[in-house]
Design a binder for this molecule. Structure first.
Ligand code: PAF
Length: 292
């Protein structure tokens, strides 16, 4: 039976559906999302789709780990009922020409450095929401900015500022946006403090040894009592002083709008978001910490 058929039966019987969207290479961080969905819904769907439209660097897409067999084992062990691993042709029978724009949230930090990235994320995530019609969708807070952008995308569909589209010859409306709840889940870290990520599998042992310094430095910066701008600079200098690590950016932002802040009183929630190049390849690592 097709995914749609199973989910129609589920909804006719009043069953709740949880969706955990992934690009595969599942690790303990994904497992925690799947377990949470299993505990809160009758049916959990885990999508495994390496979405080409969100990669602006073809080499990054090529390098991305592909581990479908072990992924299926993990999601089974976690109790998920459905693995949805479509092909690129099934998801994009035609090029997706939708253009999403939620300034400033999708234009700062990752948005500024990876043109088109969040547009691709919104394309695939909205299509998955339309196909699965979940009651809840689970995302790891490791990609802090991604969650902020996805929430805006859902709101845009709720307010019908984005038109319905055709998928595989059928018109799909935005009814899903009124049902869905986005559930952000805490970052899962290794004992060293390194945020779990599919990209960690690409780190050589000597790179894995220095990568935890990123989080350790951010944590340490909270105890210094410096101004926002000095804290930002201190974190950048401390990480750049480690051979093999190079900060791309460290932004201290309003936790809701993601706009830069310059004083600790400027917003109710303040988050530091970092991207660091690690090692010779180099591998790009993302992390964040909450100041308040
Ligand atoms: O966070 C990810 O793994 C991806 O961006 C997502 C949400 C699965 C969309 O491809």
């Amino acid at each position: 039976m097709e995914l749609g058929g199973i989910l129609d039966i589920a909804s006719n019987h009043g069953k709740t559906v949880g969706l955990v969207p992934t690009m595969g290479a599942l690790h303990e961080g994904h497992a925690s999302l799947i377990r949470r969905s299993v505990s809160e819904n009758d049916i959990t769907v885990v999508s495994i789709f390496l979405n080409p439209t969100q990669f602006n660097d073809p080499k990054d897409l090529e390098r991305y780990p592909r581990t479908l067999e072990s992924d299926c084992k993990i999601l089974e062990e976690c109790g998920a009922q459905i693995a949805f691993a479509p092909s690129v042709k099934e998801i994009y029978p035609n090029a997706d020409t939708r253009h999403f724009s939620f300034p400033p949230t999708d234009e700062v930090m990752e948005g500024a450095r990876r043109p088109g990235h969040f547009n691709g994320v919104c394309q695939i995530v909205s299509e998955l929401f339309m196909l699965v019609q979940p009651n809840r969708a689970y995302f790891g807070e490791k990609d802090y900015q991604q969650i902020a952008v996805i929430k805006q995308m859902v709101n845009a569909y709720k307010n019908e500022t984005i038109p319905s589209i055709m998928i595989s010859g059928r018109e799909v409306n935005s009814d899903w946006a009124r049902i869905i709840r986005i559930v952000p889940c805490p970052v899962i870290r290794e004992e060293s403090g390194l945020a779990m990520s599919s990209r960690n599998a690409l780190l050589a042992p000597e790179e894995k040894a220095i990568a935890p310094i990123i989080y350790q430095v951010m944590q340490c910066s909270k105890k210094l009592g410096l101004s926002v701008d000095k804290t930002r600079q201190w974190v950048v200098d401390a990480i750049n002083a480690v051979e093999g690590l190079e900060v791309e950016y460290y932004s201290i932002v309003d936790g809701d709008t993601l706009a830069d802040v310059h004083s600790w009183d400027e917003a109710e929630s303040i988050v530091g978001c970092i991207t660091v190049y690690c090692g010779k390849t180099p591998i790009r690592l993302i992390d964040h910490t909450r100041y308040k």
